[in-house]
Ligand binder design. Structure first.
Ligand SMILES: Nc1ncnc2c1ncn2[C@@H]1O[C@H](COP(=O)(O)OP(=O)(O)O)[C@@H](O)[C@H]1O
Ligand SMILES: [Mg+2]
Length: 333
C-alpha cells in the first residue's frame, strides 16, 4: 500500500485577468511508498507547486477539480478543513518562499517551541528547551535570532528556521519545494543530507538537477501540467554515466539542455530556471484534449501523420516495453 497516492488529479484555476479557467494539472497520477524519496523536475510554471499544494489540500478548490488523494488508504480529497486539521502535522510542506512557511506574528523561539510541543505534548519546559537548542545547533540558527520575527530574518535564515520547524514536527510525509534555494553552497548538501536522513517519505521539488540526481530514488518529470515520465534510479550504464535513463522526448530535451549547460559552464549545480531553450513556450493550458507536448514534438520533427493522434488523444502514463519507466507518449515503445 502507498503512503500517499494521487489519482487522476485535474486542477483548474480561474484566471481573473483573462476571465477564463486554466487547466493547470491534467490527469496527474502519482504514488509514493513509505520511505521513498522522490523528486519533481520541470520548467517554471509547469505545475510542480500546484501539484504539491493539491496533495496537501493547500489550494482553493475549483468546482471543476476532480481526482482522489489517498493518504494511508483514505481519500482525503473531499475532507473538510476541520476533518483535515488532525492530519496537518503529518503532512507538511517547506514552501518555495521561505517566509510563507512561518507564522509572521510569532518569534523564532515560539515557532520552534510550538512545533516541539505539538509533536510531544507531554514534554516539560526544560526538555522542550533542550530540543529547541538542538535545532538551533543543527540548523545553524544564531541564538540572537531567537527573539526575532520572521520579517526580521534574511531569506536563508528564514529557510533554516522553516526546515528546523518541520524537522521538529517529524511529519509522515514532507514536500520540500526548492528547499535549498537561496542557501550557501556549503550548507545545501548538509541540509539535503539531514532531510533525507530524518524524513522517511520525502518529495523534493528542485531546479537543481545535481540535488535531484543525488538525493532522490525516483524522478517525476512534468511538462505543462502533465506528468510525462516517472523513472526510478538505476545503476549507471555505459555510455551514459547517469543513474537515470529518461526516454520521453521532453525529458530527453530537458536533460540534454542541462548537460549542455553543465558542459559549457562547468558548474556543479545546474539551475533549470536559467534554461529557457527547452521549450519555447509552454502551451496554452485552456485546451486540454490532446497531448501537451504536440508543439515540442512537431519542432523535433515528428510527422504530421503521427501528430494527428497526439492532437486528438491524451496519452496515458504507462509502462513501455523498452524501459521500466512510466511514460506518457503515443510513440515511445
Ligand atoms: N492561485 C493561482 N491562481 C491562478 N493561477 C495560478 C495560481 N497558482 C498557480 N497558477 C498558475 O499555475 C501554473 C503552474 O504554477 P506553479 O504550480 O506555481 O508552477 P511551478 O511550481 O512548476 O513553477 C502557472 O501558470 C501559474 O501561473
Ligand atoms: Mg514552484
Amino acid at each position: 500500500m502507498y503512503l500517499i497516492e494521487a489519482k487522476t488529479i485535474n486542477k483548474f484555476f480561474y484566471q481573473r485577468k483573462e476571465k477564463r479557467d486554466s487547466h493547470i494539472l491534467k490527469d496527474v497520477s502519482i504514488s509514493i511508498s513509505e520511505g521513498e524519496k522522490i523528486g519533481i523536475v520541470g520548467e517554471s510554471g509547469c505545475g510542480k507547486t500546484t501539484l504539491a499544494k493539491s496533495l496537501l489540500k493547500l489550494v482553493p478548490i475549483h468546482d471543476r477539480d476532480t481526482g482522489e488523494i489517498i493518504f494511508r488508504g483514505k481519500d482525503i480529497f473531499p475532507s473538510t478543513e476541520v476533518e483535515f486539521r488532525k492530519l496537518r502535522p503529518e503532512l507538511q510542506i517547506i514552501y518555495q518562499d521561505p517566509f510563507l512557511s512561518l507564522n509572521q506574528q510569532m518569534r523564532v523561539v515560539d515557532i520552534l517551541r510550538e512545533a516541539v510541543k505539538l509533536k510531544h505534548p507531554n514534554l516539560k519546559t526544560p526538555e522542550i528547551l533542550t530540543r529547541v537548542n538542538g535545532l538551533l545547533e543543527t540548523f545553524r540558527i544564531q541564538p540572537q535570532n531567537l527573539n526575532k520575527l520572521p520579517s526580521q530574518l534574511s531569506g536563508g535564515e528564514c529557510r533554516r528556521v522553516g526546515i528546523a520547524r518541520v524537522m521538529a514536527l517529524e511529519p509522515a510525509f514532507l514536500i520540500a519545494d526548492e528547499p535549498v534555494a537561496s542557501l550557501d553552497a556549503s550548507i545545501k548538501d548538509q541540509i539535503m543530507q539531514l532531510l533525507v536522513k530524518r524524513i522517511d517519505t520525502l518529495m523534493t521539488i528542485s531546479h537543481d538537477m545535481r540535488i535531484i540526481k543525488k538525493y532522490v530514488d525516483k524522478i517525476i518529470v512534468m511538462y505543462s501540467g502533465m506528468v510525462v515520465e516517472i523513472a526510478r534510479r538505476g545503476e549507471p550504464k555505459p555510455p551514459s554515466s547517469d543513474c537515470y535513463e529518461l526516454v520521453h522526448p521532453y525529458s530527453k530535451r530537458l536533460i540534454s539542455s542541462v548537460e549542455y549547460f553543465e558542459a559549457r559552464e562547468n558548474e556543479i549545480s545546474t539551475d533549470l530556471d536559467e534554461i529557457d531553450s527547452v521549450s519555447d513556450a509552454q502551451p496554452d493550458v485552456q485546451d486540454s484534449v490532446g497531448c501537451r507536448c504536440v508543439d515540442l514534438c512537431q519542432r523535433l520533427g515528428l510527422s504530421s501523420e503521427k501528430l494527428s493522434k497526439c492532437r486528438s488523444e491524451f496519452p496515458a502514463l504507462e509502462a513501455k516495453t523498452t524501459t521500466d519507466n512510466l511514460i506518457a507518449c503515443h510513440y515511445v515503445e
